[in-house]
Every structure is written in structure tokens, then in C-alpha cells.
Design a protein around this ligand. Sequence first.
Ligand code: HEM
Length: 206
Amino acid sequence: MTTVNAPTRDHPATGEQPPPEARGRHRPGLRARMTGSASPSPRLVAAVITVTWLAVLAESTLVPVNPVLHRVALFVHLACLVVGFGAVVTVDWYALKWLLRRCQLRQVLAVADQVHLLIWLGLAGLAASGGLLKPDLGATLTQVKLLLVLLVALNGVQATALHRRIAAFAGPVPRWLLVRSVLAALVSQGGWWGAMAIGFLSSHPA
Ligand code: HEM
């Protein structure tokens, strides 16, 4: 199987390689090893996300018409867009640099690890504020946008699981795992740009 060599477990300060016998082995993540705790299963997280998404849609039908609330929610919506999508672009920028051989895979993983909370906070804020903006659930474009939001979130769960698997390799990472990670990044970009474009077009019809 094709692999990419020793990307993640060099010593961060010394750059030393792990011993040959440790390379290529799949090891539990650092956090799991330190705390002895495993992360919740991706399936459970995906189920919680789907239920939350449905709850936001239900809540959006109960929101009273209130211009002040609408303005505040729109401001929060755009602020969360900056935070969430800004963090996504940062990770994907590093991933692109890695593809162009301008940085190492472990740098991409380190950046993703640092900003992934921002991505989830941004997405949660977008969903919460979006619900207060009274989306027109009968409009096809809005339906597509909401499905894209769900896709982005579920794809994010998948991408997080893939990053953990890659980071757990002590040596060469199988190429199929990297290809899946790149595909997840492409799906994420498509989903975010699609949701942004539809949000903009529905707020500013031609
Ligand atoms: C990835 C997630 C999302 C992105 C990137 C996004 C992006 C945007 C953008 C760019 C706008 C246009 C703002 C403007 O031009 O003034 C917008 C507006 C809007 N969004 Fe979202 N949004 C997201 C999630 C959601 C969700 C989950 C909902 C509903 C539950 C929602 C409901 C709305 C509504 C109703 C508007 C129109 C606001 C108005 O009346 O001007 N959005 N969104």
C-alpha cells in the first residue's frame, strides 16, 4: 500500500524520528493516552448533530417577528461566519501548502487541532443565529442551504475522525487515508461556499 513517510510523530522540538520498530504503527492519540479517555464515537456525535439541526429548524418556526432581534441575529450570524469559516480556511490553507510540499503534514494536523473548536463554535453560532433569522423553510434555496449546513457538520465529524487516525500513526500514513482527508476538505469547502452563496442570494435577491 502507498504511504507518506513519517509525518506526525517526529519529536516536536528535536525533529527526531521514532525508532524504526515504532514506525507505521497505529497508536492511540496523545490526549487519549494522557487522560485514558476515548472520544465519543463519530456515530453518536453525528446523531446529536442531526437532532440539534432538526431542533433548530423547529425552533425557527416559533421565533416572533422582531426587527431588533433580526438585526442582532444577523450580526451574530455574520460574526460566526467569520470565526467558523475563517478557521476552516486556515486549516485548508495549511493543507494546500502541504500538498504543494511547502509544509509538513504534522503542521497541518497541529493547526487543525488548535482551531477545530473555533470551527465548531462558528458553526453552532451560525445555526443558533440562523434559526432566529426566520428562514423560509418552504423555499428550495433555503432547503438546499440547510442541507449543506448539515453536510458540513457531518463531514466535519468525519474529518475529525480522519485527522485522529492520521495523527495516531507513528510512521508512514497510508495514502488512502490522506486522499480521504483531502476529499473531506473539498466537501467542506463546497458546503461552506454553497451555504454562503445561498445565504447572500436569499438576503439580496437580484
Ligand atoms: C455554514 C453555515 C451558514 C453559512 C455559511 C451562512 C451564511 C449566510 C450568509 C452569507 C448570509 C447573508 C447575510 C447578508 O448578506 O446579509 C446568511 C443569511 C441568512 N442565513 Fe445563513 N448561513 C449559515 C447557516 C444558517 C442556518 C443554519 C440558518 C437557519 C437555521 C441560516 C439562516 C439564514 C437566514 C434566514 C438568512 C437571511 C437573513 C436576512 O434576513 O437578511 N443560516 N447566511
